[in-house]
Design a protein around this ligand. Structure first.
Ligand code: NAP
Length: 526
């Protein structure tokens, strides 16, 4: 890729980009990738290609379910045992490398991601159904995450710190040291950024990693493996296992030789890991889980801004972001006006093949997601009112993929549709009498990831910050009511059922969580 293409930076909120050149480079990347479709890919353990005797996993595109993007290994318990043994061996020398050398290798990986970002983004269009800008945001974020985590190690001087002396004959030092071997499991929706963010923090801290991507997105995971390999991560330090979570998940996470798990995904799977992980002693379990993210629109809000922000957060990646806005509490005095604007803006979005330059809204990830969508639409019909959408899309080429229309429904505050996460393009709107009521209803969900407020009143903003039970909050954000966090700008920490670490990815305290403290006192008697 040319240096010019490499230097073009596109984030989730970019506005000053030469789009004609962006799309030309994107077209070229898609042509290259389409020529590779249908290949068979190995897993990698100890730097060596591994093939399974089990029937391979077919990686099918959500855009057209007939298209097999690649065949990936269905790894077994024996592969997990091998990967754990390799990681334990390799971690010994990895942790002994000077931290500056680990940082240099990881920064090389960030550079390689930037070089390959059009192809990496293209894989995510084909594999996840992301539109071009969303896919590029995911790739760019991955590189920035690595750099941000390297900065953390540098700023902390490798996490070695002098401590106070209790006597004149002692020297005390506090050292953060890696735990050992981390299992890293990622979800389908940000297959590059989340996989890279979790694994790079574990690696730069000196751990070895066994990585399993979602079985719907192994191709993106494979690209990440190849980047680390090219950057110089030694054999066995980063191992790439593919397989279904229901088959190899427990074997991986509950393995005796694993020292910790870093997981992003649904609350159900996360809690299963959390409960099963620590048997003989407590092991670190860093988890970022689901969301049911509210936007609140008060009577003092700018409704043009609010309807823009909700539309973008609800329909970006088809509401399959953990941060997607999936419910709105709107003051009844402005509800009719807000809903009218929101529907008009939703009608205007382009739906179709997300590989096309002008498409905003693509398919959902698989047939199971279509079924979830149809089920919750039925529930909304019984409990409330469908304001827009609510059906499968089957016109022309859409029939080949997993396409549904964005659904906007009105429900009363008792509805469970306002509290459960569905992860499909379904937005529930509820009218309220006050901001206090909106906050109280927002906090009833067991999730607490992101939340947005639209208000023109300082006192309302203060009340929202103070009372809302969410780790990521936004006020009056036109580019996305609840979405768009970026490394170093918006730490991404789920509260309550949305996460267990208390210190999120993208934030300043992330890397230290992959390390444990050792106090070193040296006494010299003269
Ligand atoms: P998921 O179904 O929980 O799967 C996540 C990962 O866990 C996949 O790699 C999956 O493998 C694996 N897995 C499944 N069962 C397992 C088991 N028993 N043991 C170990 N691993 C297992 O989630 P998803 O559908 O991919 O992603 C959507 C969810 O992730 C949503 O809830 C969303 O809110 C959440 N999410 C949260 C954040 C955040 O930062 N808080 C970010 C993104 C997504 P298979 O694919 O093979 O089943």
């Amino acid at each position: 890729m040319s240096t010019e293409a490499e230097n073009m930076k596109v984030t989730y909120t970019s506005t000053n980009v030469d789009m004609s050149r962006f799309h030309a480079w994107f077209d070229e990347a898609l042509r290259t990738l389409r020529a590779q479709q249908g290949a068979t890919y190995p897993a990698y353990i100890d730097g060596v290609e591994v093939r399974s005797e089990q029937a391979p996993i077919e990686d099918r595109s959500p855009i057209d379910a007939e298209v097999v993007l690649g065949h990936f290994q269905a790894c077994t318990k024996a592969h997990v045992d091998q990967a754990v043994a390799a990681a334990r061996r390799a971690q010994k020398s990895w942790r002994k490398l000077a931290w500056q050398e680990r940082v240099a290798i990881m920064r090389r990986a960030a550079g390689l991601i930037r070089k390959q970002k059009f192809e990496i983004a293209g894989v995510m269009c084909l594999e996840v159904g992301k539109n071009r800008l969303e896919a590029m945001g995911d790739a760019e974020e991955s590189a920035d995450l690595i750099d941000y985590y390297c900065d953390q190690v540098e700023q902390a001087d490798g996490f070695v710190r002098s401590m106070k002396k209790m006597t004149t004959i002692e020297t005390n030092t506090d050292v953060l040291r890696p735990f050992g071997v981390f299992v890293c499991i990622s979800p389908f929706n940000f297959p590059m950024a989340l996989s890279t963010g979790m694994s790079s923090a574990a690696l730069v801290a000196g751990n070895a990693v066994i990585f399993k991507p979602a079985s719907t997105t192994p191709w993106t995971g494979y690209r990440l493996y190849k980047i680390y390999e090219e950057a110089g991560v030694p054999a066995g330090v980063f191992n790439f296992i593919t397989g279904r979570g229901c088959d190899v998940g427990d074997t991986l996470t509950f393995h005796e030789g694993v020292d910790g798990v870093v997981f992003t995904g649904s609350k159900d799977v996360g809690m299963r890991i959390f409960h099963g992980l620590s048997e003989r002693w407590a092991k670190p379990c860093l988890m970022e889980l689901g969301g049911k993210n509210p936007a609140i629109v008060t009577a003092s809000a700018d409704l043009d801004k609010a309807s823009d922000g909700v539309m973008k957060s609800a329909w970006g990646l088809q509401n399959q972001k953990c941060s997607a806005c999936s419910r709105v509490y709107v003051h009844k005095a402005v509800a009719a006006d807000f809903i009218e604007r929101l529907i008009a803006k939703t009608k205007a979005i382009s739906i179709g093949d997300p590989c096309d330059a002008d498409v905003y809204f693509g398919p959902v990830i698989n047939e199971a997601a279509v079924k979830t969508y149809l089920r919750v639409v039925d529930q909304a019909k019984a409990e409330g009112e469908i304001l827009y959408g609510g059906h499968r899309l089957t016109e022309g080429a859409l029939a080949k993929g997993h396409y549904v229309a964005p659904a906007i429904v009105r429900v009363s505050k008792e509805s469970t549709l306002l509290r459960e996460e569905f992860f499909v393009p379904f937005l529930a709107v509820c009218e309220v009498d006050s901001l206090e009521e909106a906050i109280e209803e927002s906090n009833k969900a067991e999730y607490g990831l992101t939340a947005g407020l639209y208000s023109g009143d300082e006192a309302e903003i203060e009340l929202f910050f103070d009372e809302i039970e969410s780790g990521v909050t936004y006020i009056n954000k036109r580019s996305g009511a609840t979405t768009g966090a970026w490394p170093g700008a918006q730490p991404f920490c789920g509260w309550k059922g949305s996460g267990g670490s208390g210190k999120g990815g993208c934030g300043p305290y992330y890397v230290a969580q992959f390390m444990r403290e050792q106090s070193r006192s040296v006494v010299v008697e003269k």
